[in-house]
Design a protein around this ligand. Structure first.
Ligand code: PLP
Length: 285
């Protein structure tokens, strides 16, 4: 089955799908995106992803390109046309196409909308989760508005590449006060020696992950103790467990940080349990 993308009102072959060279996403990273998990052909937590999309757009004063119901229908159509059972659907909205000029284009310039979907190798993901992943820490160098899910991801790209070259899967940003903010494409968590689940509050320094929200719900329902506070890499090195979360990786155990083995070097029971139970708490539509 050949891949299909949605681009500004049309379903087109993925290999030739394109936007104009003066799209403001291309020129200025003037746009936002969402990544939603697809499971069994259904969208996972679409409501929360669309809520966050609306918030990101309103923070940047970009109009929602169509109503929410229509947008959800496009997401489903792209998933169906690509025959995706398990994987992700990606959507990107930019401020549209206009002559290159930093200030906003004329009112009425239509925002651009692109949607793609792709399959994930679930067996490979599960194998990775059985092993756990390595993380390195890097200095935080992003702008303060990381709460907006913009396509301006250059620091994240560089951090992820640095991690890859160091044989790690993720890079955790560390802020000027020495605390972990989040990963380049994930939220960061530890479990302390006394069993508390610790993750940074969503007020500043991180993207408010949808997977993070579902994991918080799951942990509460399971009677686990959660503390929303920042933690340092040093605390993480000595943690009982560590893990990362994102829609594309769900709950992924971390077994090594900056060369320090976490506990016995194997995925811990809290991360494993939250991963297994995740879909009991997520919304499927
Ligand atoms: N933090 C960053 C910087 C991200 O890019 C992502 C996901 O792309 C996340 C956290 C996790 O967010 P979510 O759980 O909504 O996928």
């Amino acid at each position: 089955m050949s891949r299909i993308a949605y681009v500004n009102g049309r379903y087109v072959p993925h290999r030739t799908a394109s936007v104009h060279v003066e799209d403001r996403g291309y020129q200025f990273s003037d746009g936002v995106y969402e990544v939603c998990e697809v499971r069994g052909g259904h969208l996972v937590d679409a409501r929360r992803h669309l809520d966050r999309l609306e918030r990101s757009l309103s923070e940047l004063r970009i109009a929602l390109p169509m109503g929410r119901a229509a947008l959800a229908a496009v997401l489903r159509e792209v998933v169906a046309r690509n025959g995706v059972k398990d994987g992700i659907v990606y959507l990107q909205v930019t401020r549209g196409v206009a002559r290159r000029d930093h200030a906003f284009p004329a009112p009425g310039t239509a925002p651009s909308l692109v949607v793609t979907a792709r399959r994930a190798d679930m067996a490979a993901q599960e194998r990775l989760a059985e092993q756990g992943v390595r993380v390195i820490c890097v200095p935080e160098n992003r702008w303060p508005r990381v709460d907006i899910k913009t396509v301006g991801l250059l620091p994240n790209v560089l951090a992820k590449q640095q991690a890859k070259e160091a044989g790690a899967r993720e890079a955790w940003f560390v802020d000027a006060s020495g605390h972990v903010t989040e990963g380049s494409s994930t939220n960061a968590w530890i479990v302390t020696g006394d069993g508390r689940i610790v993750t940074r509050p969503a007020e500043n320094g991180i993207l408010k992950g949808i997977t993070r929200a579902v994991v918080l719900d799951a942990a509460k329902a399971l009677g686990l103790v959660i503390v929303e506070r920042a933690f340092t890499p040093q605390e993480a090195y000595g943690a009982r467990e560590a893990f990362i979360t994102a829609a594309s990786t769900l709950v992924m155990p971390v077994v090594e940080i900056d060369g320090h083995t976490i506990a016995d070097g194997r995925p811990g029971p809290v991360a494993r349990d939250l991963r297994h139970r995740f879909h009991t708490f997520a919304e499927v539509s």
